[in-house]
Design a protein around this ligand. Structure first.
Ligand SMILES: [Zn+2]
Length: 714
């Protein structure tokens, strides 16, 4: 944004899958930072369209439907309205929230596909793919499981091995099995469209080079994809759910369109375009969508989580470039992951805070959604993973929102009603302290804006709270409760200046705590200031930069306080304990369900066939000490271990990063397979294996020994 001169801004937030509810990890990844940024831009008077919607055409929807014996339509019709309404309750201020099952989206996607096909951008490849003769269906992704060729894990999916993190294609699996019917699949020929990303890589590299200002975590991930070399990526597939391949395009190549759909990674980002079309239509200006997508004066920003970087920084831009009629993103400020109470979020383990549950649990709390907005915004995983804890939430709410911001407003308003008949007292002959406070006020909008402009949302929140903190300190130091008796003019000056600070905070805090900011504007009688919600504000309305100047006139009467409640209530310990207990109970329940006796037997692997003693002695098992452990960049599931096996030091990669913290492994005495053939993964050579027992729920427990390093295990 810093180097863009245009006024028109198009902001998107990642489309959530309509197959489950939203949790705080989603909010911290993409939605909350996007909303704060957009609200800030609206307060500046920027022409902005904020677009999002439900991602409904992906195979994950179909998988869930099959698992629950429902139709995909039933799944999306359940989750789309829930997600939309909960976003709304949370204060997400989208201009439009669409869905990719809409007719406009199907047409827009098919048109886009047709244009690229006619420009001969695609490659067509005919290949043999796995086919389930019983289900009469090709088996993509998660419709097939088998043994991972990399690590030997027996339940790897057709798209990815969950143990070692490798990307796979279904035909790479050994002993494949259909997840639909358990049938052994056969190979059958099929033709698909591919986007030749390898050929487009030089163009993408040139374009990325123009953006050295992007976040390091984003550029780092892009660079590692470039280093590996981009590969052609299939755009179509044979599954019964998705945007259909248009018949005329298939005919052009002498193919049948039937049964073929467009891959979700291709159609989902086009969802931003179709939702913008629907928004323009709803506003009665149907052509206006193209100003936002096709006019080069538009600045396009995608807010996403880090798992979406490749799609928004490489694939979608490649599609837009090849189409030729569209602007490219100006920035893609992706966030890292949010952990919860020191552990990775896990929806399957129930280790998550669900948005709808939070909204219900804190519904009676004054400005309830604002509390989570503030606490999360102060904890965003902007450059590294961050941790959300309920105690930290309580500290943010009680110690900052209530004790600093709320307390300052409350003291100021109580004073003005008690001693000044609710009128803004005049400022006469201001003291050095008064002038210093007004100077700090004058600098605040720029300081906060600079952070938002650099996508440093957390810093923007800290800078905003710093103004409230400064106001509180000023109030304490000028002691109006004393001067009220000894020096009435000094008292009037303190209250005048404090009211101006309150008015500025009502504007500057609006992106973070919109509900409380609106309540504060009402109490101050602050009219004719811009709001950060969609809709037109009067041209002469005061906005972001006016918040550096006094917004209230001396002599004006504040509305009679109908209630004198503080802006924020404190959170009780019991509320926090209840949340933590709920989290623990749910995780315990999940853990015990997955290990209950009957399921235990199911979950345990069958015994393998007998082997000879010679086969066993071929293994060189040694005791060793793990001396170092660290994550492997870009491999979410791998840890790189250094193990001292007495005779030498080994580097060993282990697929346990999601279950075990690296620190917990260092110092353990373990058993190592010392004569495994070395194997290269993610740029590291793995020189052996550390033995671990896998419990039925997927937990890994290292096999340990007290023997001296290098001892032979036999
Ligand atoms: Zn594997």
């Amino acid at each position: 944004m810093a180097n863009s001169s245009s006024d028109r801004l198009l902001v998107t937030a990642a489309l959530p899958y309509a197959n489950g509810p939203i949790h705080i990890g989603h909010l911290a990844g993409a939605y909350l930072p996007a909303d704060l940024f957009v609200r800030y831009q609206r307060l500046k008077g920027r022409d902005v369209a904020f677009i999002c919607g439900s991602d409904e055409m992906g195979v994950a929807i179909l998988m869930r439907a099959l698992r629950e014996d429902r139709t995909p339509e039933d799944i999306i019709d359940t989750y789309h309205p829930q997600i939309r309404d909960n976003f709304d309750r949370f204060g997400m201020s989208f201009d439009y929230y669409g869905r990719t099952s809409s007719e406009t989206h199907v047409e827009t996607t098919q048109d886009f596909f047709r244009v690229l096909d006619e420009k001969d951008v695609f490659e067509l490849k005919t290949e043999e793919q796995l086919y389930d003769p019983e289900a009469d269906m090709f088996l993509a992704d998660r419709f097939v499981v088998g043994t991972c060729p990399g690590c030997g894990y027996e339940k790897a999916y057709g798209d990815q091995c969950e143990q070692c993190g490798s990307s796979l294609s279904p035909t790479e699996l050994e002993n494949p099995q259909s997840t639909l019917t358990d049938a052994t699949p056969e190979l059958k020929e099929t033709t698909h469209w591919y986007l030749p990303l390898g050929r487009l890589q030089p163009k993408l590299e040139d374009w990325i080079e123009e953006h050295p200002e992007w976040k390091n975590n984003v550029l780092g991930q892009i660079q590692s994809w470039f280093n590996e070399g981009l590969k052609s990526r299939a755009i179509t597939r044979d599954v019964p759910w998705g945007v259909p391949v248009p018949e005329d395009v298939a005919e052009r190549h002498g193919l049948e369109a039937e049964g073929k759909v467009i891959y979700v990674w291709f159609d989902a980002p086009i969802g931003y375009i179709s939702a913008t079309k629907e928004w323009a239509e709803a506003q009665g200006t149907p052509d206006e969508w193209s100003d936002y997508w096709q006019d080069e004066d538009t600045t396009l920003v995608h807010f996403i989580g880090k798992d979406n970087i490749i799609f928004h920084c490489l694939m979608f831009p490649a599609m837009l470039m090849e189409h030729g009629d569209y602007v490219l993103p100006d920035n893609v400020p992706a966030n890292e992951f949010l952990n919860l109470e020191g552990q990775k979020l896990s929806t399957s383990r129930g280790w998550a805070v669900w948005l709808h549950e939070y909204l219900d649990d804190f519904a009676s709390e004054r400005h309830g959604p604002d509390l989570l907005r503030y606490a999360l915004a102060a904890t965003l995983p902007e450059s590294a993973d961050a941790d959300f804890s309920w105690e930290e939430f309580q500290r943010r709410v009680n110690g900052e929102l209530a004790n600093i911001f709320g307390n300052f407003v409350h003291r100021t308003l109580t004073f003005v009603h008690r001693y000044f008949d609710g009128q803004v007292p005049p400022l006469n002959d201001p003291s050095a302290a008064d002038r210093a406070m007004l100077d700090a006020l004058g600098e605040a909008p720029e300081a906060v804006a600079a952070a938002y402009d650099e996508y440093q949302t957390r810093d923007a929140v800290f800078e905003t709270m710093a103004l409230a903190r400064r106001g509180n300190k000023y109030f304490n130091e000028t002691e109006p409760w004393h001067t009220q008796e000894t020096d009435p003019q000094a008292c009037a000056n303190t209250i005048h200046v404090s009211l101006q600070v309150c008015a500025s905070l009502a504007v500057l805090f609006e992106p973070v705590v919109p509900s409380a900011a609106a309540a504060l504007r009402d109490r101050l009688g602050l009219e004719n200031v811009r709001t950060s919600t969609p809709g037109a504000d009067p041209d002469d309305a005061a906005g972001w930069h006016d918040a550096g100047t006094p917004l209230l006139q001396a002599g004006m009467t504040l509305p009679v306080a109908s209630d004198a409640d503080p802006l924020f209530e404190k959170i009780d310990d019991s509320q926090i304990e209840a949340q933590i207990e709920k989290l623990r109970d749910r995780a315990d329940q999940q853990d015990s369900e997955s290990s209950s006796t009957s399921e235990m037997a199911d979950a345990l692997d069958d015994l393998k066939s007998p082997i000879s003693f010679d086969d066993f002695s071929a293994l060189d098992l040694r005791s060793g000490t793990i001396t170092d452990a660290e994550p492997v960049p870009d491999a979410d599931k791998l840890l790189r271990l250094e193990v001292d096996i007495g005779l030498e030091e080994r580097q060993i990669l282990a697929g346990v990063a999601e279950q075990i913290e690296p620190g917990a492994l260092v110092g353990l005495n373990v058993v190592v397979v010392a004569n495994m053939e070395p194997k290269e993964m993610f740029g590291f050579e793995s020189q052996g294996m550390v033995l671990m027992a896998e419990e039925p729920d997927g937990t890994f427990v290292p096999v340990t020994t007290d023997a001296v390093d290098g001892s032979v295990v036999r």
